[in-house]
Design a protein. Structure first.
Length: 263
């Protein structure tokens, strides 16, 4: 079972989101309420909820302020930002700071529960990975002591170390991450992880990262009306022009042409 913090200065919004959870079958047994940013930060540090819903606009500290502070505290809480439709730039910044997702107000029940379910799935996966750390260490040690050229494996059996790298990329593709960031976040040797990953995935770690970013970008191009700049920022590209250049190199057409072809 998990715990969740709902931080919003609007009482009605807090009550509605709490009711959504109580009426659902989600594995959440503790709902913590905060009425402003300061209250939210204190409860995040003291209670350490698994999930937090932070409103962008709150007194004392904004949702982004709280997110920045808890990241400095290195809390593992999964954060979802709730924002008005016209505050997309804030949502992009939240994703860069490590937010799991963002919700557009007024928050619809279906969208809210889907977002929470996805977040819980990530928590379940992380907890599963933590229990397998010893096995992962054994995998890395094996490849330290054995030649990759002599390796044989089944196509449907992927080492947990590779799965961990994939999960890290899928959760952080919207951030500006390097190979060192990925390896550091997963706690393994860059040299051995890189060779292991390429052996099983037939591409480098950074090539896989690019594929994930472009897949997400194509999804946004088709399903949203966000501008090319907004999509570039939301998928980890700091420069929209560079994003367009890479997109055309990989897909053969520009992002605008891709969107037009899919409409």
């Amino acid at each position: 079972m998990y715990s969740i913090l709902i931080a919003d200065d609007e009482e009605l919004e807090r009550e509605v989101l709490s009711l959504f959870i109580k009426k659902s079958n989600l594995p959440i047994n503790n709902i913590i309420i905060a009425e402003d940013g300061n209250d939210a930060f204190v409860k995040l540090v003291c209670d350490k909820p698994d999930i937090a819903i932070l409103d962008i606009n709150m007194p004392e500290l904004s949702g982004l302020d709280v997110l920045e502070k808890i990241r400095k505290e290195k809390l593992d809480t999964k954060v979802l930002i709730s924002t008005a439709f016209d505050e997309f730039d804030y949502a992009v910044k939240a994703l860069k700071l490590g937010a799991t997702d963002f919700l557009v107000k007024p928050v619809l029940k279906k969208n809210f529960l889907n977002a929470i379910e996805n977040t819980i799935s990530k928590l379940d996966l992380e907890n599963k990975n933590k229990t397998k750390m010893e096995q992962l260490d054994n995998v890395i040690e094996y490849f330290k002591n054995n030649s990759m050229s002599n390796l044989t494996h089944s196509n449907d059996t992927i080492p947990e170390a590779v799965v961990l790298i994939k999960n890290f990329i899928e959760e952080n593709y919207s951030n500006y991450i390097s190979l060192d960031d990925i390896v550091s976040g997963c706690g393994y040797s860059k040299y051995h992880i890189s060779r292991l990953f390429k052996n099983y995935m037939n591409c480098t770690i950074m090539e896989y990262l690019l594929k994930q970013r472009l897949t997400k970008a194509k999804d946004l191009l088709v399903k949203t009306s966000y501008s090319i700049k907004e999509i570039a920022l939301a998928t980890g590209f700091s420069d929209p022009n560079y994003f367009s250049l890479i997109f055309k190199r990989e897909e053969g057409i520009s992002p605008i042409q891709y969107r037009a072809a899919k409409k």
